[in-house]
Design a protein around this ligand. Structure first.
Ligand code: WAQ
Ligand code: MG
Length: 276
């Protein structure tokens, strides 16, 4: 029994939860990372899955994989609803980025902040043509970057699906052929991000050269998938969190520290086509 291998953490009441984080790198360069927040009964399986993912990083063979496990008191779990999902199909990555810019501006992000973030993501937000390990924090008014370390950025962790809710989501998404694990992971992350203090909007596309769908999400619009938001073969991706600058420290503390569990689903709108 897994429960015997991972005994209840001293001082933690109720069934313990664990935050598990994986980070794979080569010569100090980040290759992949992932995080889970799971009950003790699923810890062994989650550690194995993350380890497997780390050592078989799709980009390159890593020379280091770090796994970190932290117990989380279940009474601290903050319940969240998943954002509603929409999918907008566009005719090209340029149209996708135009749509993303419009959604961001309609959500209160200043045009110069949108331009700055788009430019940085396009070029590699860590500088030198490299992706960041985490997200950039962009002042939604001035466009200034606020994260302390522009290579690392802010890494959201401690958010995961309630297992039953995730199974329901998987079933619903399957109706539209949306089976990729990236969607589930990104939706969980975006749902936490949208709940952070001072958050205005998020913009994201993957650094996986084969995964071209990205999204804009906001507390009001929900999770708006845009397909495609980048060109096939482009290895640069990242995330921008547009925030109100005065909430910086509360926002970062929430994203990095507050454990969140997604216990309810939002609506799912059938994919449709968008034309400028
Ligand atoms: N916290 C903050 N930033 C992160 C995190 C995190 N936990 N994980 C990744 N990032 C940043 C980092 O800069 C990555 O380079 C970038 O985001 C992209 O990460 O079909 O798969 O894991 O609805 O490649 C979006 C669309 C997929 C899914 C996004 O991102 C869909 C994706 P990836
Ligand atoms: Mg990832």
């Amino acid at each position: 029994m897994e429960r015997d291998i991972f005994p209840v953490v001293h001082g933690v009441r109720g069934k313990p939860f664990y935050s598990v984080r994986m980070r794979a790198s080569r010569h100090g360069r980040h290759l992949s990372g992932a995080e889970r927040l799971i009950p003790a009964s699923r810890l062994a399986a989650a550690v194995t899955a993350l380890l497997r993912r780390g050592v078989s990083s799709p980009v390159q063979q890593p020379d280091r994989v770090i796994l970190r496990v932290d117990p989380v008191a279940p009474r601290l779990l903050h319940p969240l609803s998943a954002l509603p999902i929409q999918t907008l199909k566009v005719s090209s990555p340029a149209q996708g980025r135009l749509l993303a810019s419009r959604l961001l501006q309609a959500s209160g992000v200043a045009p110069r902040a949108v331009r700055r973030a788009m430019r940085d993501l396009r070029r590699g937000a860590a500088g030198g043509g490299q992706c960041m390990r985490g997200a950039m924090l962009v002042d939604a008014q001035s466009g200034r970057r606020l994260e302390a370390d522009p290579q690392r950025g802010v890494r959201v962790s401690r958010v995961d699906w309630d297992a039953r809710v995730e199974r329901r989501l998987v079933k619903r998404l399957a109706r539209y052929g949306l089976t990729h694990h990236r969607l589930r992971e990104a939706l969980a992350l975006a749902s936490k991000v949208a709940a952070a203090p001072g958050m205005v909007a998020e913009l994201c596309w993957s650094d996986d050269p084969t995964y071209t769908t990205g999204y804009v999400s906001t507390p009001r619009l929900g999770y708006v998938r845009i397909a495609p938001l980048k060109a096939e073969g482009d290895p640069l991706g990242g995330r921008a969190f547009f925030i109100r600058a005065e909430s910086l420290s509360a926002c970062v503390a929430f994203l990095e520290r507050i454990p969140c569990r997604i216990v309810a689903l939002g609506s799912l709108t059938p994919p449709r086509t968008w034309r400028a």
